[in-house]
Design a protein around this ligand. Structure first.
Ligand code: PEP
Ligand code: MN
Length: 339
Protein backbone atom coordinates (compact mmCIF):
# COMPACT_ATOMS: atom_id res chain seq x y z
CA UNK A 1 0.00 0.00 0.00
CA UNK A 2 1.19 3.52 -0.81
CA UNK A 3 -0.33 6.43 1.02
CA UNK A 4 0.57 9.74 -0.54
CA UNK A 5 0.51 12.41 2.14
CA UNK A 6 -0.53 16.02 1.85
CA UNK A 7 2.42 18.40 1.99
CA UNK A 8 0.90 20.14 4.98
CA UNK A 9 0.09 17.04 7.04
CA UNK A 10 0.72 17.64 10.74
CA UNK A 11 2.89 15.38 12.87
CA UNK A 12 -0.07 14.24 14.93
CA UNK A 13 -2.11 13.45 11.82
CA UNK A 14 0.81 11.44 10.46
CA UNK A 15 1.23 9.56 13.72
CA UNK A 16 -2.47 8.73 13.83
CA UNK A 17 -2.28 7.44 10.31
CA UNK A 18 0.80 5.31 10.94
CA UNK A 19 -0.80 3.92 14.06
CA UNK A 20 -3.95 2.97 12.20
CA UNK A 21 -2.08 1.26 9.38
CA UNK A 22 0.12 -0.55 11.89
CA UNK A 23 -2.90 -1.83 13.73
CA UNK A 24 -4.22 -3.26 10.49
CA UNK A 25 -1.15 -5.54 10.48
CA UNK A 26 0.97 -3.52 8.09
CA UNK A 27 4.59 -2.52 8.63
CA UNK A 28 4.85 1.16 7.82
CA UNK A 29 7.84 3.03 6.44
CA UNK A 30 7.83 6.73 5.75
CA UNK A 31 9.51 7.86 2.53
CA UNK A 32 10.29 11.50 1.77
CA UNK A 33 11.57 12.39 -1.69
CA UNK A 34 12.24 15.61 -3.62
CA UNK A 35 8.67 15.35 -4.83
CA UNK A 36 6.50 13.87 -2.12
CA UNK A 37 5.94 12.31 1.26
CA UNK A 38 4.63 8.72 1.36
CA UNK A 39 3.82 5.97 3.80
CA UNK A 40 4.58 2.52 2.47
CA UNK A 41 2.58 -0.24 4.12
CA UNK A 42 3.81 -3.80 3.76
CA UNK A 43 1.41 -6.51 4.78
CA UNK A 44 -1.02 -9.09 3.60
CA UNK A 45 -4.20 -8.66 5.58
CA UNK A 46 -7.26 -7.48 3.76
CA UNK A 47 -8.66 -4.09 4.72
CA UNK A 48 -11.19 -1.57 3.67
CA UNK A 49 -9.41 1.24 1.86
CA UNK A 50 -12.19 3.67 2.83
CA UNK A 51 -11.30 3.29 6.50
CA UNK A 52 -7.96 4.93 5.88
CA UNK A 53 -9.11 7.20 3.12
CA UNK A 54 -11.25 9.19 5.52
CA UNK A 55 -8.31 10.10 7.77
CA UNK A 56 -6.84 13.60 7.62
CA UNK A 57 -3.71 14.42 5.68
CA UNK A 58 -4.04 11.97 2.81
CA UNK A 59 -3.72 12.98 -0.80
CA UNK A 60 -4.16 9.55 -2.32
CA UNK A 61 -4.01 5.89 -1.40
CA UNK A 62 -3.14 2.96 -3.63
CA UNK A 63 -3.03 -0.78 -3.26
CA UNK A 64 0.14 -2.08 -4.94
CA UNK A 65 0.47 -5.85 -4.99
CA UNK A 66 3.98 -5.82 -6.52
CA UNK A 67 6.97 -6.45 -4.26
CA UNK A 68 8.35 -3.08 -5.32
CA UNK A 69 5.97 -0.25 -4.62
CA UNK A 70 7.09 3.26 -5.52
CA UNK A 71 8.56 2.35 -8.88
CA UNK A 72 5.42 0.42 -9.81
CA UNK A 73 3.02 1.57 -12.46
CA UNK A 74 0.21 0.34 -10.26
CA UNK A 75 0.14 3.59 -8.34
CA UNK A 76 1.71 6.02 -10.80
CA UNK A 77 0.30 5.40 -14.22
CA UNK A 78 1.78 8.52 -15.79
CA UNK A 79 5.35 7.93 -16.99
CA UNK A 80 8.06 9.80 -15.11
CA UNK A 81 10.08 12.45 -16.93
CA UNK A 82 13.69 12.86 -15.88
CA UNK A 83 14.52 16.52 -16.20
CA UNK A 84 18.22 17.26 -16.62
CA UNK A 85 17.75 20.99 -17.14
CA UNK A 86 18.25 23.27 -20.14
CA UNK A 87 15.38 21.53 -21.92
CA UNK A 88 17.15 18.17 -21.83
CA UNK A 89 15.42 15.15 -20.35
CA UNK A 90 14.55 11.50 -20.66
CA UNK A 91 10.92 10.55 -20.98
CA UNK A 92 8.31 8.31 -22.49
CA UNK A 93 7.26 9.69 -25.86
CA UNK A 94 10.74 10.96 -26.68
CA UNK A 95 13.99 9.30 -27.74
CA UNK A 96 17.08 10.08 -25.69
CA UNK A 97 20.43 9.48 -27.37
CA UNK A 98 23.42 9.13 -25.09
CA UNK A 99 26.82 8.46 -26.58
CA UNK A 100 30.50 8.78 -25.79
CA UNK A 101 33.49 6.60 -25.08
CA UNK A 102 33.64 3.71 -22.68
CA UNK A 103 36.37 5.60 -20.79
CA UNK A 104 37.24 9.26 -20.63
CA UNK A 105 40.86 9.34 -21.84
CA UNK A 106 42.07 12.91 -22.36
CA UNK A 107 41.07 16.53 -22.87
CA UNK A 108 41.52 16.14 -26.63
CA UNK A 109 39.35 13.05 -26.71
CA UNK A 110 36.56 14.83 -24.83
CA UNK A 111 36.72 17.76 -27.26
CA UNK A 112 36.44 15.45 -30.26
CA UNK A 113 33.46 13.57 -28.85
CA UNK A 114 31.69 16.81 -27.98
CA UNK A 115 32.29 18.23 -31.47
CA UNK A 116 30.82 15.02 -32.93
CA UNK A 117 27.83 15.26 -30.62
CA UNK A 118 27.18 18.91 -31.46
CA UNK A 119 27.25 18.10 -35.15
CA UNK A 120 24.59 15.48 -34.57
CA UNK A 121 22.43 17.30 -32.02
CA UNK A 122 23.21 14.80 -29.27
CA UNK A 123 23.03 16.38 -25.82
CA UNK A 124 23.92 13.60 -23.36
CA UNK A 125 27.41 12.16 -23.11
CA UNK A 126 28.48 8.95 -21.47
CA UNK A 127 31.98 8.05 -20.33
CA UNK A 128 33.64 6.37 -17.41
CA UNK A 129 36.17 8.01 -15.12
CA UNK A 130 35.97 5.23 -12.54
CA UNK A 131 35.97 1.99 -14.50
CA UNK A 132 34.96 -1.41 -13.16
CA UNK A 133 37.31 -3.71 -15.05
CA UNK A 134 37.34 -7.47 -15.02
CA UNK A 135 41.15 -7.40 -14.85
CA UNK A 136 42.93 -5.30 -12.21
CA UNK A 137 45.65 -4.58 -14.77
CA UNK A 138 43.30 -2.90 -17.28
CA UNK A 139 42.84 0.90 -17.52
CA UNK A 140 40.74 1.98 -14.57
CA UNK A 141 39.90 5.54 -15.54
CA UNK A 142 41.17 9.09 -15.02
CA UNK A 143 39.21 9.58 -11.81
CA UNK A 144 38.18 13.01 -10.56
CA UNK A 145 40.78 14.83 -12.69
CA UNK A 146 39.15 13.39 -15.79
CA UNK A 147 35.68 14.24 -14.58
CA UNK A 148 36.65 17.88 -13.96
CA UNK A 149 38.19 18.25 -17.42
CA UNK A 150 35.06 16.71 -18.90
CA UNK A 151 32.73 18.90 -16.88
CA UNK A 152 34.39 22.12 -18.07
CA UNK A 153 33.92 21.24 -21.71
CA UNK A 154 30.48 19.67 -21.33
CA UNK A 155 29.12 22.62 -19.39
CA UNK A 156 30.35 25.09 -22.02
CA UNK A 157 28.76 22.99 -24.77
CA UNK A 158 25.42 22.47 -22.98
CA UNK A 159 25.99 18.72 -22.80
CA UNK A 160 24.88 16.53 -19.88
CA UNK A 161 27.22 14.05 -18.20
CA UNK A 162 26.30 10.41 -17.57
CA UNK A 163 29.02 8.59 -15.64
CA UNK A 164 29.45 5.64 -13.33
CA UNK A 165 29.85 5.95 -9.60
CA UNK A 166 31.42 2.84 -8.15
CA UNK A 167 31.32 3.46 -4.44
CA UNK A 168 29.67 5.50 -1.74
CA UNK A 169 32.78 7.56 -1.01
CA UNK A 170 32.82 8.92 -4.60
CA UNK A 171 29.30 10.33 -4.55
CA UNK A 172 30.10 13.55 -2.77
CA UNK A 173 33.20 14.48 -4.77
CA UNK A 174 31.49 13.64 -8.06
CA UNK A 175 28.18 15.27 -7.23
CA UNK A 176 28.67 18.76 -8.66
CA UNK A 177 30.16 17.48 -11.91
CA UNK A 178 27.56 14.88 -12.81
CA UNK A 179 24.07 15.04 -14.34
CA UNK A 180 23.28 11.32 -14.20
CA UNK A 181 24.98 8.91 -11.82
CA UNK A 182 25.28 5.54 -13.51
CA UNK A 183 25.12 2.41 -11.36
CA UNK A 184 27.01 -0.28 -13.24
CA UNK A 185 25.91 -3.85 -13.78
CA UNK A 186 28.40 -5.05 -11.19
CA UNK A 187 26.86 -2.74 -8.60
CA UNK A 188 23.14 -3.15 -9.24
CA UNK A 189 22.73 -4.87 -5.91
CA UNK A 190 25.22 -2.78 -3.96
CA UNK A 191 22.53 -1.73 -1.54
CA UNK A 192 24.75 0.68 0.39
CA UNK A 193 25.48 2.55 -2.82
CA UNK A 194 21.78 2.57 -3.75
CA UNK A 195 20.82 3.84 -0.29
CA UNK A 196 23.28 6.71 -0.57
CA UNK A 197 22.13 7.62 -4.08
CA UNK A 198 18.67 7.92 -2.57
CA UNK A 199 19.92 10.96 -0.69
CA UNK A 200 21.17 12.73 -3.80
CA UNK A 201 19.27 15.28 -5.86
CA UNK A 202 20.63 14.03 -9.20
CA UNK A 203 19.30 11.50 -11.67
CA UNK A 204 20.45 7.90 -11.28
CA UNK A 205 20.57 5.38 -14.12
CA UNK A 206 20.60 1.79 -12.87
CA UNK A 207 21.91 -0.89 -15.15
CA UNK A 208 20.52 -4.38 -14.99
CA UNK A 209 22.76 -6.72 -13.01
CA UNK A 210 24.98 -9.13 -14.89
CA UNK A 211 22.76 -12.03 -13.84
CA UNK A 212 19.95 -9.88 -12.58
CA UNK A 213 16.27 -10.47 -13.10
CA UNK A 214 13.83 -7.77 -14.16
CA UNK A 215 12.32 -7.87 -10.68
CA UNK A 216 15.73 -7.38 -9.08
CA UNK A 217 16.36 -4.34 -11.26
CA UNK A 218 13.05 -2.86 -10.14
CA UNK A 219 13.87 -3.60 -6.50
CA UNK A 220 17.21 -1.83 -6.92
CA UNK A 221 15.35 1.19 -8.24
CA UNK A 222 12.98 0.91 -5.28
CA UNK A 223 15.99 1.25 -2.96
CA UNK A 224 16.95 4.59 -4.48
CA UNK A 225 13.37 5.84 -4.61
CA UNK A 226 12.61 4.85 -1.03
CA UNK A 227 15.87 6.51 -0.02
CA UNK A 228 14.40 9.79 -1.27
CA UNK A 229 15.37 10.08 -4.93
CA UNK A 230 12.67 9.73 -7.59
CA UNK A 231 14.92 10.65 -10.52
CA UNK A 232 15.50 7.17 -11.84
CA UNK A 233 16.23 5.60 -15.19
CA UNK A 234 16.37 1.85 -15.85
CA UNK A 235 18.88 0.41 -18.31
CA UNK A 236 18.83 -2.96 -20.06
CA UNK A 237 22.45 -3.82 -20.93
CA UNK A 238 22.33 -7.56 -21.44
CA UNK A 239 22.60 -10.43 -19.03
CA UNK A 240 24.91 -13.38 -18.72
CA UNK A 241 23.57 -16.56 -20.24
CA UNK A 242 25.20 -19.74 -21.53
CA UNK A 243 25.69 -18.02 -24.90
CA UNK A 244 29.29 -17.16 -25.73
CA UNK A 245 28.93 -15.83 -29.28
CA UNK A 246 28.02 -12.40 -27.92
CA UNK A 247 29.41 -10.56 -24.90
CA UNK A 248 26.02 -10.61 -23.20
CA UNK A 249 22.50 -11.55 -24.16
CA UNK A 250 20.66 -8.27 -24.71
CA UNK A 251 17.27 -9.01 -23.23
CA UNK A 252 14.96 -6.85 -25.28
CA UNK A 253 12.01 -8.65 -23.70
CA UNK A 254 12.83 -6.62 -20.64
CA UNK A 255 11.97 -3.34 -22.37
CA UNK A 256 8.20 -3.73 -22.82
CA UNK A 257 8.01 -5.68 -19.58
CA UNK A 258 9.75 -2.94 -17.59
CA UNK A 259 7.63 -0.30 -19.31
CA UNK A 260 4.48 -2.16 -18.36
CA UNK A 261 5.54 -2.67 -14.74
CA UNK A 262 7.09 0.69 -13.96
CA UNK A 263 6.54 4.38 -14.65
CA UNK A 264 10.30 4.92 -14.96
CA UNK A 265 12.00 5.50 -18.32
CA UNK A 266 13.87 2.58 -19.84
CA UNK A 267 16.94 2.84 -21.98
CA UNK A 268 18.88 0.20 -23.89
CA UNK A 269 22.65 -0.25 -24.08
CA UNK A 270 23.36 -2.27 -27.23
CA UNK A 271 27.15 -1.80 -26.91
CA UNK A 272 27.49 -3.87 -23.75
CA UNK A 273 24.43 -5.85 -24.81
CA UNK A 274 26.03 -7.55 -27.79
CA UNK A 275 29.62 -6.39 -27.48
CA UNK A 276 30.33 -6.60 -31.22
CA UNK A 277 30.79 -3.29 -33.03
CA UNK A 278 29.26 -4.19 -36.36
CA UNK A 279 26.06 -5.41 -34.73
CA UNK A 280 25.55 -2.56 -32.30
CA UNK A 281 23.40 -0.50 -34.72
CA UNK A 282 20.98 -3.36 -35.39
CA UNK A 283 20.48 -3.99 -31.69
CA UNK A 284 20.12 -0.26 -31.00
CA UNK A 285 17.31 -0.01 -33.54
CA UNK A 286 15.74 -3.19 -32.20
CA UNK A 287 15.80 -1.52 -28.78
CA UNK A 288 13.98 1.49 -30.19
CA UNK A 289 11.31 -0.75 -31.68
CA UNK A 290 11.03 -2.69 -28.41
CA UNK A 291 9.82 0.54 -26.81
CA UNK A 292 12.93 2.08 -25.23
CA UNK A 293 12.87 5.74 -24.21
CA UNK A 294 16.52 6.09 -25.11
CA UNK A 295 19.66 4.40 -26.38
CA UNK A 296 23.10 4.62 -24.80
CA UNK A 297 26.01 3.47 -26.97
CA UNK A 298 29.78 3.80 -27.06
CA UNK A 299 31.57 5.96 -29.63
CA UNK A 300 35.16 7.10 -30.08
CA UNK A 301 37.18 8.91 -32.73
CA UNK A 302 39.30 5.83 -33.25
CA UNK A 303 37.69 2.79 -31.58
CA UNK A 304 40.67 0.53 -32.21
CA UNK A 305 42.76 2.86 -30.05
CA UNK A 306 40.16 3.17 -27.27
CA UNK A 307 41.48 2.39 -23.79
CA UNK A 308 38.51 0.11 -23.13
CA UNK A 309 35.70 -1.67 -25.01
CA UNK A 310 36.99 -0.68 -28.46
CA UNK A 311 35.55 -3.90 -29.92
CA UNK A 312 32.01 -2.63 -29.31
CA UNK A 313 32.61 1.08 -29.95
CA UNK A 314 31.42 2.94 -33.06
CA UNK A 315 33.52 5.52 -34.89
CA UNK A 316 32.01 8.96 -35.48
CA UNK A 317 30.72 8.18 -38.97
CA UNK A 318 28.97 5.09 -37.70
CA UNK A 319 27.66 7.00 -34.72
CA UNK A 320 26.28 9.84 -36.88
CA UNK A 321 24.50 7.31 -39.07
CA UNK A 322 23.12 5.46 -36.06
CA UNK A 323 21.86 8.63 -34.34
CA UNK A 324 19.96 9.48 -37.53
CA UNK A 325 18.58 5.96 -37.81
CA UNK A 326 17.54 5.90 -34.15
CA UNK A 327 15.49 9.05 -34.76
CA UNK A 328 13.95 7.67 -37.94
CA UNK A 329 13.13 4.35 -36.28
CA UNK A 330 11.55 6.20 -33.39
CA UNK A 331 9.39 8.16 -35.84
CA UNK A 332 8.36 4.87 -37.37
CA UNK A 333 7.57 3.37 -33.97
CA UNK A 334 5.34 6.30 -33.17
CA UNK A 335 3.16 5.36 -36.13
CA UNK A 336 2.49 1.99 -34.48
CA UNK A 337 0.04 1.48 -31.70
CA UNK A 338 2.52 0.08 -29.17
CA UNK A 339 2.68 0.43 -25.43
C1 PEP B 1 29.96 0.97 -19.07
O1 PEP B 1 28.90 1.58 -19.27
O2 PEP B 1 31.04 1.28 -19.60
C2 PEP B 1 29.91 -0.24 -18.21
C3 PEP B 1 30.97 -0.64 -17.53
O3 PEP B 1 28.71 -0.82 -18.22
P1 PEP B 1 28.14 -2.09 -17.44
O4 PEP B 1 28.10 -1.71 -15.98
O5 PEP B 1 26.79 -2.28 -18.05
O6 PEP B 1 29.06 -3.24 -17.72
MN1 MN C 1 32.18 0.01 -21.71
Amino acid sequence: MIIQLNQDISTSQKEALMDKVNRMGYKVTEVKTQVGDYLIGIGKSAFDIRKIGVLEGIQDIHIVSDEYKLVSKKWKVKPTRIDLGEGIGIEDGDMAIITGPCSIESEEQIAKVIAHMKENQITMMRGGVFKPRSSPYAFRGLGMDGLKLWYQQAKAAGIKIVTEVMQVSQIEEMHDYVDVFQVGARNTQNFNLLDELGKVDKAVMIKRGISGTIEELLQSAEYVFSGGNEKLILCERGIRTYEKASRNTLDLNAVPILKSKSHLPVIVDPSHGIGIREFVPQMALAGVMAGADGIIYESHENPDKAYSDGQQTLNFDQSALLADQIRKTFDLRKTFDLL
